[in-house]
Design a binder for this molecule. Structure first.
Ligand code: NDP
Length: 290
């Protein structure tokens, strides 16, 4: 085995448990603390050290990984233990907004600690694999210093010094993930109402969603250049098409809220003068530049 690292993991939901487990499995030393102490039992049985308090967990190691529901949970825990913060490196792998990450970095600095923001792009069962990654931002030297330890969990993708960036990339990913997944669930509901199973839809769902990267590759340089010409497709066609989806949904007795929202966005774009432009003109509509 290579270097043995020593880390603290605070927060033992499914993600924190997977992280502590990955360190133990790779032979590293792990101190754990969780509000609900019993969640540490299995890890302790496998060799983790149980801290009796958050303060003790902080005192145990320079590198402290936080895996909590959100940043409010971090304050709820660390505000009771500020005496142990000086000299710590807080690697905050809890999800929250870029602005809250920036505030947290200032808060940590005011207490003598450094803060690395992290956004984990992987489910718990893939932690420990090098094919998954985590966005990081904050002081580059701190990231570089702890990169090897952090990469026991996932590959590290450093986005820059601004503490908000790691959270921003994570939220962008979730923006696409939640709306993309919900669109599939909606299609499954319409299919089911028509007697078509998710299994029967699967090859076509895979084909449609799997084709998205080709659209991204085609549109990306045009979007960045502000070119929204409608040579290949026009927003007016999109309005007619999503209206068909809306009616198909209603006819099936399925809640139409999702296609209705998309139709509303398309109509706003058309009303703003983009009917003959590409669908990519919606970026201007969303940003209020239409
Ligand atoms: P959970 O919400 O299940 O776990 C939350 C942890 O936060 C628990 O240890 C919980 O303690 C603790 N916690 C919450 N509120 C408080 C509080 N007020 N005071 C003290 N402790 C608190 O989240 P996950 O483990 O699933 O995920 C952790 C983070 O990772 C989240 O930010 C999530 O968005 C992100 N993430 C999760 C993924 C997943 O698939 N699970 C995927 C990618 C990112 P207690 O046990 O006492 O309740």
């Amino acid at each position: 085995m290579g270097t043995q690292f020593s880390v603290t993991v605070i927060g033992l939901g499914p993600m924190g448990q997977a992280m502590a487990s990955a360190y133990l499995a790779a032979g590293h030393r792990v101190t754990v603390w969780n509000r609900t102490a019993s969640r540490a039992d299995d890890l302790v049985a496998r060799g983790a050290v149980r801290a009796d308090s958050a303060e003790q967990a902080l005192a145990a190691n320079e590198l402290v990984i936080l895996s909590l529901t959100d940043y409010a949970a971090m304050y709820a825990i660390l505000e009771t233990a500020t005496a142990a913060l000086p000299g710590r490196v807080l690697v905050n792998l809890s999800s929250d907004t870029p602005e809250r990450a920036r505030e947290a970095a200032k808060w940590a600095a005011a207490h003598g600690a450094q803060h690395l923001t992290g956004g984990v792009g992987s489910p718990p069962n893939r932690i420990g694999g090098s094919d998954v990654y985590t966005y990081y931002s904050g002081p580059k030297d701190v990231f570089e210093q702890h990169k090897e330890t952090l990469e026991v969990l996932t590959r590290g993708d450093y986005k820059g010094e601004d503490p908000g960036l790691g959270a921003l990339y994570y939220q962008l990913q979730m923006d696409m993930f939640w709306t993309g997944l919900t669109s599939w669930l909606h299609a499954v509901a319409v299919a089911r109402a028509n007697g078509v199973t998710a299994e029967e839809l699967l090859p076509y769902a895979t084909d449609v969603m799997g084709g998205m990267p080709d659209f991204f590759a085609h549109y990306t340089p045009r979007v960045d250049a502000g070119e929204n010409g409608g040579e290949l497709e026009r927003l007016s066609m999109g309005v007619a098409s999503i209206d068909h989806v809306l009616h198909t949904t209603r006819d099936a007795g399925v809640d139409p809220v999702l296609p209705a929202a998309v139709l509303e966005i398309f109509r706003r774009g058309a009303a703003a003068g983009h009917a003959e432009d590409s669908l990519t003109s919606l970026v201007e509509v969303f940003t209020g530049n239409a």
